[in-house]
Design a binder for this molecule. Structure first.
Ligand SMILES: [Zn+2]
Length: 92
């Protein structure tokens, strides 16, 4: 069994070829084929961006074209927050 800690939640993978990365927290949990996706599931479960994210530096937003921001793909995964088209900088 391999285990990785992401944001104080343990992700485990059985020592079997193709075993998924699984995690459990409170009444929730999930599993994914890729470690990065398991981490994104945890970010979505906690509903906060990864504070150690190297793409958005923990803001959860990624700058696009220098003037607007989109939800960070590294934190949330593609297609997350589908209803959010963009986020104006300095929005109050
Ligand atoms: Zn991020």
């Amino acid at each position: 069994m391999t285990s990785i800690t992401h944001r104080d939640i343990t992700i485990t993978q059985a020592e079997v070829p193709g075993a998924p990365f699984a995690w459990v927290h409170d009444d929730a949990g999930g599993s994914a084929e890729a470690l990065d996706e398991a981490k994104r599931q945890i970010n979505r479960h906690l509903a906060t961006p990864d504070p150690d994210c190297t793409i958005c530096a923990g803001s959860g937003w990624e700058e696009l074209l220098g003037w607007r921001e989109v939800p960070c793909t590294a934190c949330w995964g593609p297609g997350f927050w589908a209803g959010v088209k963009h986020h104006e900088r300095n929005q109050k």
